[in-house]
Design a protein around this ligand. Sequence first.
Ligand SMILES: O=P(O)(O)OC[C@H]1O[C@H](O)[C@H](O)[C@@H](O)[C@@H]1O
Length: 319
Amino acid sequence: MASSTSEQRNPLVPVEYTKGVNGLDKVILRGLRGVSAEMYLYGAHVTSWKNEHKQELLFVSNKAIFKPPKPIRGGISICFPQFDTLGYVGAHGYARNRVWSVDPNPPPLPMTSPTNSYVDLLLKPSEEDLKIWPHSYEFRLRISLGPGGELLLTSRVRNIDSKPFSFTFAYHTYFSVSDVSEVRVEGLETLDYLDNTKNRERFTEQGDAITFEGEVDKVYLSTPSKIAILDHERKRTYVIRKDGLLDAVVWNPWDKKAKALADFGDNEYKHMLCVEAAAIERPITLKPCEEWTGRQEISTVPSSYCSGQLDPQKVLMGN
Ligand SMILES: O=P(O)(O)OC[C@H]1O[C@H](O)[C@H](O)[C@@H](O)[C@@H]1O
């Protein structure tokens, strides 16, 4: 897996296979103008996404444990074949704590934009996995950097079983923010959501952009294909575009829950916000030989907007 030293130092090599924390296999993608992304084969877990100024855009906990079977706290994890505890598989499924392989010869995937920096990862259930969730599938994840530094994740799940199966899914994405109490999320106003802190009771969101002043754990239903996180202090707006993923989870554990998480610093909740493109309310059902595709693209646009002066259309349409 490990690449040569010259490759590791050569910024022109778009894909590098190396070792990360605790010797775990890691892949580094390098895009244009110095943007980069890093992912572990353990969990197909993206742990870094940096812009052209080498600023980290994802949050990874300082207390993250890079040791199987514990999932890595932060970055982007793959929740499959189950989101959260909505079923009999363990919380968020098991894909996030399996070692994926690099797929050297994936079936063709139409590229939406030109990029030479991508990797295809593959997960197939082991005998043990089939005891946990008795369905045969091939899960292919393409991770790529687009020409504007955007990070694209395309999941393809193929049913190679003889009977149909259903699953729920999420790209559990931890965004790095300056101060969660100062950020706003746009695109989820007036939508229905299930509140995980209130036994998944259904509520309807108010008309204003979403702001944060305490624990939040909500599954927004039938969400638009674009959602924005505005970080006024950093003058940065994250834009999430999604396809095949109707729902969006918004999560921040806040102080009390943060203290209860062994792999999360007590005050780290201030600097992260999870917004997760997901398929939860209506599970994906695949008949034999059918394939599902779910895509998440995250990008940043500079924003110098002040709270209350934002034109949401401008942010959501503008890039
Ligand atoms: O601690 P984890 O298993 O990684 O889950 C972290 C969080 O993930 C999601 O956002 C869920 O909605 C939360 O209920 C859960 O606490």
